[in-house]
Unconditional design. Sequence first.
Length: 215
Amino acid sequence: MTITITAFERSPDGGKGLARDTRVRWALEEAGLPYEVRLVSFKAMKEPAHLALHPFGKIPTYEEGDLAIFETGAIVFHIAEHHAGLLPKDATARARAITWMFAALNTVEPPILEFANAKLLEGDKPWAQERVPLVADRVRLPLRQLSARLGDAEWLDGAFSAGDLLMVSVLLRLRMSGILDEFPSLAAYVARGEARPAYKRAFAAQLAVNARTLP
Ligand SMILES: N[C@@H](CCC(=O)N[C@@H](CS)C(=O)NCC(=O)O)C(=O)O
């Protein structure tokens, strides 16, 4: 059955891999699954056809036969559940890997998004100078804790898993800010994720979309 995902027709980051279709592409590449991509404009994302797939008018979405889902956590979990390579077979190790998926999206990502919004969307507000450092510290706390847990390990819990895929994807959003480099073990962890052939293929595929000239 053909897998079709949606992605930005033109990503605001110009192809740095921060748009969330990259996570889904990465999971598909890790699982060795071919997929098609339907590109959508910002306008089309808010129109009924796309809203039927994604009630919040965002990308990515995932379609496979009768199945249509959204939310990167759910999509990566679906891929990991049905294909080898992203979740351990052992039930307890699997539960721990799933825990890291939730930790990435529920604990680590929210302050990172808050920080990005404080800088990008509210950076010109009179209170931004006071707020941005506060929000940056809210990013640092879970990073310090994550770094302590990772220690010298290659991945968060044994072999690379969907938990690492989502954690690396979330942390990548911080690179431009310099905060990631304050935590050398996390910066090295992210670099290990980026070095995976499947990540490289996913990154190149989304970059190719963003590098092309629109008519
Ligand atoms: N929690 C959602 C977030 C989806 C999301 O925010 N997507 C962004 C692209 S990375 C988007 O579509 N933004 C356009 C908009 O909100 O209009 C997920 O993980 O899938």
